[in-house]
Each structure stands twice: as structure tokens, then as C-alpha cells.
Design a protein around this ligand. Sequence first.
Ligand code: UGA
Length: 438
Amino acid sequence: MAEHIGIVGAGYVGLTSAACFARLGHRVTCVDTDESKVDELRRGVVSIAEPGLAELVAQGLGDGTLTFTTAQAELHGAGLVFLCLPTPPGEGGRPDLGVLERVVPQLGRLLRPGCVVVTKSTVPVGTAARLPGLLGRGDLPVAANPEFLREGHAVEDFLHPDRVVVGTDPPGSAAAVRVARLYEPAGAPVVTTDSASAELAKYASNAFLAVKLSYVNVLAELCELFGADVREVARTMGLDARIGPEFLAPGPGWGGSCLPKDTSALLHAAEAAGVDFGILRDAVRVNARQRARVVRAVRQAVTGSAASSLAGARIGLLGLAFKAGTGDLRDSPALAVAEDLARAGAELTAHDPAVARVPGTSAVQVVDDPYLVAKDAAALVVLTEWPEFRDLDWARLAASAARPIVVDTRNLLDPVALAAAGVTHIGVGTRRSLTPFE
Ligand code: UGA
């Protein structure tokens, strides 16, 4: 049954949800306060680089199922309204609910009786239960339906999710059934539960991924010391169906707009509840240590000592985004490493296929030609796993570098091919790797 769905917030989660619900045959009204963004979206201009998103927006605009507006009043006729509002880290890492607390009472004054109000973007446990109070209405059922979208795969993840979770109090209410029905075409398992469980499930999933990644990053360090190869260790672990092969690739640390924010929010929530979530605190600590390990390895590669100054050393960086497939720099481990290298005195030139500049810092000169980063470089550092870095002409890079050495924090490159091109390859968790030989 086609519904009239309201989406509040046309950010990454809101716009993906709006376009995908329209694709599934619903009538969608997407509201945002940013007039220029709404103007652009009405013209089909999508500034978020998500595969398939611009096409779905164009389709929805074309067939009239998707409209964008700044006028909240247009949500009046909606049968369900999804809150896709930002909840950025506030004081001490706790989510800042300022926007939600301002917008929800406004909605309470205009929604028609029976409209289901649903939280979609990540909100602290207990938020759905607070909604009736914030709405000032007892006739609007509420639900928690957190998203699990990965950047770079948002449309695919929305239309083909691993699972859908719908939390209402009591579980399985008429509102839950109505929300769950929207996802029927996906054929994914639906977890129908209470709102607190649904909200916690989102944090628990992201925090678990963070723990898994920190675990493998420590394993990588051990592999270096034991003469083992983390790729073989991870492959063996991943073939165990209970562990699974995903999120077992070591790197310069995990980042992005979600994992750091959500681990920190869950840690705060646990602390406030008097629970010591030590394993999660350690995952965060290990993450900082992994970045430091990369910086030490670069120092070692350039100066022969893991603690020496890099004053005057030219270092070329390949990758700035927090992962491949996106130009997102938010909480990017690549940027954190760059900042530390700059603090140690290095002169940095960087290339990232999706990043034209780094706002707010002059420490990194961004160039659009990957070969320019190698010019006179004392070392190259691969920080983001863009597949195209594999296909670079490494002999050409080696020829223009001052010293043909690459610290590959993603184990992206083939050490044998690099050796043939005259490049020394330093990987992570492999036999020639980050642990400095002093
Ligand atoms: C993450 C979750 O994966 C999504 O399920 C969730 O919906 C989303 O957060 C969110 O809360 O909105 P995303 O931030 O797009 O998605 O990034 P991930 O793909 O999870 O990558 C996170 C970090 O882990 C990146 O820095 C990435 O490079 C790193 N990573 C990932 C590794 O170092 N190794 C791996 O094997 C996998």
C-alpha cells in the first residue's frame, strides 16, 4: 500500500531514504530548512556523491512521487514522518539533540492524528520514548527505525538491507507493522522489538565493528613482531562463519562520520549508567595508537629512527578520505596521520581521487595528479585504499621520488610488483611492515 511519507532533513540519511521510499512507490515529501539545498534538489542537483542517488532523485522528481520543500506544513497530510536530523557529538562526545528538540515540537503542532513519527538517524537510547513528550501529543504513535547505511553504498544498503529493525513500545504495535511494511520489497529479516532495543542495536553494531577493527590492528602489530602475516591470519579467521571475513583488514585506524561518533556516544551512555565498557574504551585507545604507529613507521622509513624530526622532509600522501569510494574527510585517519607528520616537520603533498582540498589547513598541499606527490619525496604513504593506486606507474613514481619507499597502511599494493619497479614496500602486519627496525 502506497503511503504519504514525510522526511525531515535532506542530508545523507534523509535524502537516501526519501529517494528510495519514492522508488518503492510511495509519495514522499522531503523537508529541509536549507533553501539553497531545496532549490538544488528541486532541479535534480544532488551534491552527495552516492552511486545511484542522483538517478533515483531524478526519477522521483520526474514521476512526481518525490517533492522537496522548506515548508514543514506540507507534512500535514503525511501518514508517517521520518526524522533524519543531525545528532553531532556535543559536549564530551555526547550526542547533541538540539536540532531534534527544536524541530519535534514544531511537528507536534502540525501533524494529523495517527501520523507515525519515526527516528531514522542515530539517536541515543531513550529518544523514541521521549518523542510523545516533545511532540506534546498523545495521538501520534512513535517508532525507532535506525539506518545501517554505509557511505558509498547507501542506496544499495537501503534497498537491499541485511536487516531492518523496528522498535515500538509495546513491540509489534500497529505503527510497527506499518513501518515494517514499507520495507517488504527488500525481503530482509525484520526485527520487531521495543524502541530501546532498536536504538541500542544501532550503536551496538557500529561499536562492534570498531572493536573488530581495533582487534585486527593489534593483531597486525603482533604479526609484525612474530613474523606472521596478518592477511593470512585474517583470512583463516574470516572463513569461520561465526567471525566472518568483513572488517578484518588492518589500516591506519578507523574513522568517518559514524564509528568514532557512535563509539564515543555509547561509551558515554554506558558510563552514565555506571557500566565500565572497557573493551570499547580500549578499541578507541588502540585506534589512536594505530595512527601513532603509522607516523613512527614513516619517521623510521625517512630518517632511520622512529622518533626523529621530519623537518624539511617531503612526504607524498596517497589518499585523504576516511575510506575509498568517498571524498569524506570527517574524522579521517588519513588526515590525522597527515597532521601528525606535519607537526613533526614534514612537507606534505597529497592526492586523493575524490578530494580537491582540505578545508581549514595549509599543512597539506593537495594536487590532482598522483605523480606530483612523488616529486622529490623521501617517502610515499598510502592512507586510503583507492584501487586505482594499484595501477599507477610505480617505476615512474620511483624515478621522481628522492627515495623510492612506500609505507602502505592498507596493504593495498603488491609488494612483488613494487619490488620489480624498484620500490621498497612497507605494509602493515606483514613481514616488512610498520614496526620499526631500530
Ligand atoms: C558505518 C557502518 O559500516 C554502517 O553500517 C553504518 O550505517 C554507518 O557507519 C552509520 O552509522 O551511518 P561508514 O561510516 O560509511 O559506515 O564506514 P565503514 O564502511 O563502516 O568504514 C569505517 C572505517 O573502518 C573506515 O575508516 C574504513 O577505512 C575502516 N575499515 C573498514 C578498515 O580499516 N578495515 C576494514 O576491513 C573495514
